[in-house]
Design a protein around this ligand. Sequence first.
Ligand code: HEC
Length: 198
Amino acid sequence: MGDAWPEVVEKVAASEKYRPAFDELFGGDVSVETITEAIAEFERTLVTPNAPFDKYLKGDKTALTEEEKRGALLFAEVGCTSCHSGAYFGGENYQKIAESYFADRGGEIQEADLGRYNVTGNDAHMHMFKTPILRNVEVTWPYFHDGSAPDLKTAVETMAEHQLGLELPEADATAITAFLQTLTGEYQGQPLDEMSAN
Ligand code: HEC
């Protein structure tokens, strides 16, 4: 939250929704420390099981459509898994975003575009980003560090083009998108996609 902390503290302290909880749990202490602790506690509850893809792996063969299955195979075949690996389909490595991505996007290179370089100052980390986890990706638009892709299919096509040098046929991009939508789980017993629609 960078420079916004004073404003965040002020808003939480004045909030009818959060203030009573801070009074009860932290003796009225609304500060960077207590807000950070509250967010960390919240994040520990962010477990989202029962995605259709998980149900399929557990043996429910009806959990995925033919197109979603085709998308899952394509996701591996075209090479998305070389970066988006493991049970979370990401979160395991840092990867460079191709120069062609920035050229195509247009606009000035911003500080955020430098990626991991901002943290380490090491030239080898220029434009490197943590490969994001793709679980629940359906409900976390817009995509990429700069929010430049407004919807999931655009993000899939952009990845194929710039990270793999591939122009995906329309039907394949649609199938991979359909597969990624099967990674949306449930939060506290409620489907996440329905919650975010409210
Ligand atoms: C060379 C590594 C690499 C490959 C290959 C790759 N990705 Fe990515 N992917 C990344 C990185 C790094 C990011 C983060 C980019 C950013 O934030 O600017 C990303 C971001 C994404 C996002 C956006 C996630 C978000 O929350 O913003 C989606 C969706 C995605 N990739 C899907 C795919 C698909 C589908 C493929 C295969 C067609 C693929 N990726 C291939 C490394 C890769």
